[in-house]
Ligand binder design. Sequence first.
Ligand code: OXD
Ligand code: MN
Length: 622
Amino acid sequence: MPGAQCQLGVKNLPCNLLMDTVTAPPTGQLTMTKDTIGKCNSSNKAAVAWVDEMAKHCKPDRVYWCDGSKAERKALTAEAVEKGVLIKLNQKKLPGCYYHRSNPNDVARVEQATFICTEGQEEAGPTNNWMAPKEMYQKLRGYAAGSMRGRTMYVVPYLMGPPGSPLAKVGIELTDSIYVVLSMGTMTRMGEVAFEELGSSDDFNRGLHCMLDVNPERRFIAHFPKDNAIISVGSNYGGNVLLGKKCLALRIGSYLGRQEGWFAEHMLVLGVESPSGEKTYMAAAFPSACGKTNFAMMMPPAHLKGWKIWTIGDDIAWMRPGPDGRLYAINPEAGYFGVVPGTNSKSNPAAVEMISRDTIFTNVALTPDLDVWWEGKDGPPPKECLDWKGNRWTPDSEEKAAHPNSRFTAPMTNNPLLAPEVNDPTGVPIRGIIFGGRRSNTMPLVYQAFNWVHGVYIGATMGSEMTAAAVGGAGQVRRDPMAMLPFCGYHMGDYFRHWINMHKTIKHPPRIFHVNWFRKNGQGEFLWPGFGENMRVLKWIVDRCHARTDAEETALGWVPGPTSLDLTGMNDFSPERLERVQAIYEDEWRREILMQDELFMKLHARLPKELIFQRELLLARL
Ligand code: OXD
Ligand code: MN
């Protein structure tokens, strides 16, 4: 009903078109009344006007403004169950947990459908798909027009980062997917908190998500960095549609970070507490599905019992120089959207606990007693269950029961290792940055850069075997600079320049390291046990950051001396094995450096000279 006035005092602005048609939710109104649920809860003129404009365009049957309350979540969850979007899991075993199955054509990020729409193509660079903003707006507005007829448009206000943080950013996502609303409620600080932070400012990310008919032919994830805007159509997969995550926190974030002098990175952030109570904060970039969540929630082995890991974030770090010359990081997110297969009490005991309640499982297998199952879960497989597509599955089936990129969406507050500092608006001071990839050969377990620019070179030339987190190419090595290849919102050469320039603004820069947990021997077996044992490597890294352990110089950088990596209790890990996992083979490295050429050639017009010099120096050292 055009012309309705916002209840919260905005004069002469249609508040939202159709709010009066909001129906009461099936269950669970605790604090809300029938009169207020879903109604406009913002007096921000820019927000109200934009929602109004988009509603007129998409023509939903109703517009629902989310307030982020517990009562709202309960009500929307019940609605999602009633509509068959979610299945309620066995609440005795998994309290607060729900099951979702996505369209089988929509199970991962689609990089070929992801666009950076800057004015000129050069600004987006050769590693991004590009279309001119005008053209893309026209195309996607065409798809969005009238696309929400018969549906609800949910207004999802959200805050990325702790309230009051100088790094925090507000977004509003308009979506016709109730699954997205519930997921955003877990992954971000969603609801009134965002409007409180926004005040009367018009500086918020404008995100529009229309599911359409979930058709890969009409699937686009388009970013308009100059307008701080995103339009995503034709998908309902988290990485494409939870717009606060990859779209705002990384692609738009990296663009804003370059303008404003900070970093938006695909990095976990953790605190390492020593037996004496000293806390050292580290950030680490690994490509998608290479164990960031496991590393961020690691349990040290028995021998290092006095050590403890605290999680700040498992996927994204926003970092900026503080007044004391150190680099401070926040986690902009409030939940984890993690890969499920392989999660068990060995790989990630804290995650097993975390996802036993309040979690949405997407594309795992469903057992007859409404429990969930996936490859690599503790215990034997079920005798029979439904696979992620809803087909009958038995251990004899050829296909996997859970999709390799099936996911959990869990609130960070369920993480038993959650660092209390996660809510500190200042963030945590980062002492070390770790880069790593999934490499069966060439890359040693650990080495340290000689200095900042060398560290930038190491990050810029990172390579990794591809995983199921993105469609296509699994297993092939591709260059994934700083794990940002699919997430950098501008020219990668300018991004490297930003990294090099930022050094001047950080008086006490973090030390930089490279790790590889995945090196294999000739028989295809992993040389390093990984998981909790990675704590031994992390301890060496922490000690290096505090300049209290020794290292040996190699062509690649500093490596642990024969006795400085603590291997106590690893009885089957002989000194020869350590030598093999740390080995630097000249022929492998010459090939590696040749492979880097592909990326360097692509970026050559804007590639900082410093990186070319670093490459030459490395060649000379080999
Ligand atoms: C993710 C990804 O989902 O990197 O975190 O794809
Ligand atoms: Mn990620």
